[in-house]
Design a protein around this ligand. Structure first.
Ligand code: NAI
Length: 308
């Protein structure tokens, strides 16, 4: 099985590294527009095989889409990341052109492909990929909620002094600092509501820290993060390739679910060899319904920029 990763930068290379270490695919193709860049990254990673003991092969190419032919899954991370003080939404102009042409090239060589979009603003880029590719909706997945949910669990684990693996917590809505919705009321520590352990103020603080999680790292590092984004993307790819049927929050095309239509937004979905297989409904209270609707309005405004 072949997995292509477009964009050999921070997130793309980290995704590849996570995948080869776990032998998720026999072959990984890393593609970048920058001459020699993907080749170099791929060789560097391949040279860890003797040390880490994996069998996966990784090949780097410069803009050579023929090498991607027959891919089961592609991840798109190509584009520009944000700098301190920038929002994800400010990246739209540059990244829309890149994502559109990358999608066309991928589908030309792998018509049955499943595409995972990482480039920001992710919900809008996912919507664009769906509309421009003509692929069935289940084969276009936006990765953002998986990362935001991992960051939410991190914040909860810090406050509760608990193992992140014991926490159940998801973030739905848009993948933006103000559009994401960490569902604190639905969060549990081994099935016990976290509200049993945390004050209202502590819960509000956790929600806030989750929402600005990406921006906090951008101001610390000087550019956007890659370890958790790469691990989250690899987890989604693994669930497709190994047909694991794991439940993730991902940006998928809504046709009436959660009261929204003609939009890609983060909701809980089962991910398997079909791509995203089905949406899992949630019982949201009025407050969270209102937040979801506001989040959709903001993402829709961004989608409309594409039409200008
Ligand atoms: P980066 O700058 O390290 O890597 C981007 C790579 O894309 C560069 O190597 C560049 O040469 C390449 N590229 C640009 N145009 C291309 C084209 N037409 N074809 C092939 N390659 C091309 O950026 P980084 O940090 O890896 O971030 C990538 C994207 O992912 C950004 O848009 C960032 O905002 C987004 N991101 C999304 C996350 C999410 O949860 N959805 C999390 C983290 C980042």
């Amino acid at each position: 099985m072949k997995v292509t990763i477009v964009g050999a930068g921070a997130v793309g290379a980290t995704t590849a590294d996570n995948l080869i270490r776990r032998n998720v695919a026999e072959e990984i193709v890393l593609l970048d527009i920058k001459e020699g860049f993907a080749e170099g990254k791929a060789q560097d990673m391949a040279q860890t095989a003797a040390l880490l003991g994996f069998e996966s092969k990784i090949k780097g190419v410069t803009n050579d889409y023929l090498s991607t032919a027959g891919s089961t899954v592609a991840v798109i991370t190509s584009g520009i990341p944000r700098k301190p003080g920038m929002t994800r939404e400010e990246l739209i102009g540059t990244n829309a052109n890149i994502v559109k042409s990358v999608v066309e090239n991928l589908v030309k060589h792998s018509p049955d492909i499943i595409i995972v979009i990482v480039s920001n603003p992710m919900d809008t880029m996912t919507y664009l990929a769906l509309k421009s590719s003509g692929l069935p909706k289940n084969r276009i997945i936006g990765m953002g909620g998986t990362l935001d949910s991992a960051r939410f669990k991190y914040q909860l684990s810090e406050k509760l002094n608990a193992s992140a693996a014991d926490l159940n917590a998801i973030v739905i809505g848009g993948h933006g600092d103000t559009t994401m919705i960490p569902l604190i009321k639905h969060s549990t520590w081994n099935s016990i509501p976290v509200s049993n352990f945390l004050t209202a103020e502590e819960q509000a603080e956790i929600v806030h820290k989750t929402m600005v999680g990406g921006a906090t790292l951008t101001s610390l590092i000087g550019t956007s993060a890659w370890y958790a984004p790469g691990a989250a993307t690899a987890a989604v790819v693994e669930s497709i390739v190994r047909d694991q049927g794991k439940l993730f929050t991902a940006s998928v095309y809504l046709e009436g679910e959660f009261g929204q239509e003609d939009i890609n937004l983060g909701v809980p979905v089962v991910i398997n060899k079909k791509g995203w297989d089905r949406i899992i409904p949630l019982q949201l209270d009025e407050e969270d319904k209102e937040k979801f609707s506001k989040s959709a309005d903001a993402v829709r405004t961004m989608n409309n920029v594409l039409k200008e």
